[in-house]
Every structure is written in C-alpha cells, then in structure tokens.
Design a protein around this ligand. Structure first.
Ligand SMILES: [Fe+2]
Ligand SMILES: [Fe+2]
Length: 149
C-alpha cells in the first residue's frame, strides 16, 4: 500500500511501473507462503518421508528465492532509474540501491542459517525462522523505501 511521503524520501513512479513492482512483491510473498503452508501440511500429516519431502522443498526454495530476489531488485532499480529527474531523486535512488545490496547480503546469511538448521534436522523450525525473518527484513525495506515508489 502506497503511503504519504513524510520526508521527501520518494520517487513516484508511473502507475504501470508501480503495478509491475507490486506484482513482483506479491509473487515473492506467495512463493514464500506456499513453502510455509506446504510444510505445515506435511508436518501435520507426519512421517519420515514427509519430513524428507519438506526438506527437499526447502532446498529448492532456497535455490530459487535468491534468484527471484536479485531479479526483483534489478527490475525495481531499472524502473526507478528511468524516472530520475532531479538530484533529490538520484540521491534517493542511490540510497535505495544500497539498501537492496545490504538486504541481499542479509538474505544470503539467512539462507545459510536456514540450510544449516534444516541439515541438523529442524526443517520445520528452519522454515518458520526463514518465514519470520524474511517478513521482518522485507517489511522494514518496504516501510523505508518501496512504499514511497
Ligand atoms: Fe526496494
Ligand atoms: Fe521491492
């Protein structure tokens, strides 16, 4: 949801660009939610092979999610870059791009932690941790940057 800009930390994009970005955010959220729901169901059913299947799902998720995230950051930056008009916009763009870089780094660390937890046999815990942390990290990023596009 777009918020009112409070401190001129904004780069208003054309509606169609904003729509594309919102769609990508929605796709990332669904991708993560699917993993969470599938593994919650598998956990409820119980059994050895369900755990293994959940582990498999998590591994392929970790593999794909980093790609999806970097692709999204690239797209968002490309759309922003096309709309830079005044110096203030350029400063905002640079800050936003640096925030993406930092976020990508944090996500990589989280992925490693998650894979490690899962390898130790706590796949359900690993997925909960991943789900919660991604929510915190991306929620913060949205409040600071994406909500002002
Ligand atoms: Fe962003
Ligand atoms: Fe974004």
């Amino acid at each position: 949801m777009k918020q009112q800009n409070q401190d001129s930390n904004a780069l208003p994009l054309p509606q169609d660009h904003r729509f594309l970005i919102d769609e990508e955010h929605g796709r990332m959220e669904r991708f993560l939610r699917d993993l969470y729901d599938t593994c919650a169901e598998l956990e409820a059913e119980g059994g050895e092979h369900k755990v293994a299947s959940c582990q498999g799902r998590l591994n392929s998720f970790l593999y794909d999610f980093l790609d999806i995230i970097s692709e999204h950051f690239e797209n968002e930056e490309r759309l922003m870059e096309a709309c830079l008009a005044v110096q203030e916009d350029k400063d905002y763009f640079r800050r936003h791009r640096a925030a993406h870089e930092k976020l990508a780094h944090q996500v990589k660390i989280l992925m490693r932690e998650t894979a490690e937890l899962s390898k130790q046999g706590s796949t359900t815990l690993a997925i909960r941790h991943l789900y919660q942390q991604i929510g915190v990290m991306f929620g913060e990023h949205s409040r600071e940057y994406d909500n002002f596009l």
